[in-house]
Design a protein around this ligand. Structure first.
Ligand code: GDP
Ligand code: MG
Length: 161
């Protein structure tokens, strides 16, 4: 079977946009409203001859007060089945408590993680280094929307497969 790569992170950070960018098609629904990916979405993908199955995760009917536990549950399920995790954060919003919550689950899991700082269209203008304090290694700046640096991200990803 192909290795499984799960995209996790809080709502609206750009998980589905990154998913679409990597699979090369608009499969996942991108929405300004958080929590639109209702189920996990699987799609085969390939980079430099390495095949893998990409999983887009999303929340289920989030209410404000259950948002953290829902994301934790969703992330933990995805992490369990994944061989590698792409943990997406929003560099424009900065570090949030929910990011820290997801990071805690990821540090507990014994899985390779790439920390993806999304929405970095201009490297000099958007500081993404604060995410280093999540304890998951160096944040990799990308713009999923514009495809900036996503090739470098995929180069790093395939070294972990
Ligand atoms: P998800 O909830 O994590 O799946 O996030 P989506 O992929 O649905 O994106 C949420 C919002 O962020 C949408 O309005 C996207 O257009 C926007 N977005 C996604 N990626 C980027 C990016 O690289 N740069 C910017 N500026 N916006 C982005
Ligand atoms: Mg989504």
């Amino acid at each position: 079977a192909k290795p499984i790569v799960a995209i996790v992170g809080r709502p609206n950070v750009g998980k589905s946009t990154l998913f679409n960018r990597i699979v090369g098609a608009r499969v996942a629904i991108v929405e300004d409203m958080p929590g639109v990916t209702r189920d996990r979405l699987y799609q085969d993908a390939e980079w430099r001859g390495r095949e893998f199955t990409l999983v887009d995760t999303g929340g289920l009917d989030f209410a404000e007060d259950v948002i953290t536990s829902q994301i934790r549950k969703q992330a933990e399920l995805a992490i369990k089945e994944a061989d590698v995790v792409l943990f997406v954060v929003d560099a424009r919003e900065g570090l949030t408590a929910v990011d820290e919550e997801v990071a805690r689950s990821l540090r507990r899991a014994d899985k390779p993680v790439l920390l993806v700082a999304n929405k970095v269209e201009q490297f000099d203008k958007i500081p993404y280094y604060e995410f280093y304090q999540l304890g998951l290694g160096e944040p990799i700046p990308v713009s999923a929307a514009e495809g900036l640096n996503t090739g470098d991200l995929l180069d790093e990803l395939v070294t972990l497969l």
